[in-house]
Design a protein around this ligand. Sequence first.
Ligand SMILES: *Cc1c(COP(=O)(O)O)cnc(C)c1O
Length: 324
Amino acid sequence: MTTAPPALPTYDDVVAAAGRIAGHAHRTPVLASRTINAEWGAQVFFKCENLQRMGAFKFRGAFNALAQFDAAQRKAGVVAFSSGNHAQGIALAARELGIPATIVMPQDAPAAKVAATQGYGANVVFYDRYTQDREQITRDLAERNGLTLIPPYDHADVLTGQGTAAKELFEEVGPLDAFFVCLGGGGLLSGSALATRALSPHTKLYGVEPAAGNDGQQSFRSGAIVHIDTPQTIADGAQTQHLGNITFPIIRRDVDDILTVTDEQLVDGMRFFAERMKLIVEPTGCLGFAAARAMRDELKGQRVGVLISGGNVDLARFSALVSA
Ligand SMILES: *Cc1c(COP(=O)(O)O)cnc(C)c1O
């Protein structure tokens, strides 16, 4: 006998998430560029999650998950492992909800990220990337102290929270012909897919990942989750090794294709956003734009959405990348 797979979250869960995060997450602006519209002969709408609280969409999913903790979970606290935006999203959402947060980070995590996470009041626990298994450490902490583990993408409350950004975009601009979304483990893309199929069912929906780590594309095309080694790319928010057990079936069902771009295309995107739109976008945040730009000839005459996922890049790294 086989057990039925758990039911996947639906657009109703995205709507419920939107209700929970209202008044806590920003409703981020949708911006346009006359230069791009003229160059591409299209109408392009940029949903700016680089202007979200803590600098990325991750606050949405974190807040939606933590807001559903019961009294005992709230008292004991949350634990997460991340050196990036998920850590900051959990830390900020936890502070806002009065929930203690523990974040497991590698000893060599960038000082700015550690400081930002601690600045939101989280307790940071370090581990050695070369000798210790972070998932094991996190699970031990969770068990010993009764903490609830919130993973970065493969969790129904996280991904439906992430889907609220796409929901806002369609509510603001109406249906789109094509929509480009950054892809790591697939929380953002699967949540966006639920919103897209509900609000603009005929949109061509693309997930975009770094060419150096195209596990999502391989998984999408083969029909089974492909695991890879941690890819070498400047898109540090998309250095995931595989899609999730919840994110993958939604992506497989609701997404039209997975595309890839090079680090060089991401840097070109960072330069464009800074020069023409006065936006600081982190490398991972440029994935969607870079892919859309590469197929602009096909987008002529269309209404196109591009999700800018985040803007957390320290200035020294930003200037080194854009001036190279
Ligand atoms: C986490 C993250 C991503 C990837 O999101 P997934 O839900 O893992 O696919 C993309 N961009 C930024 C800025 C991120 O922080």
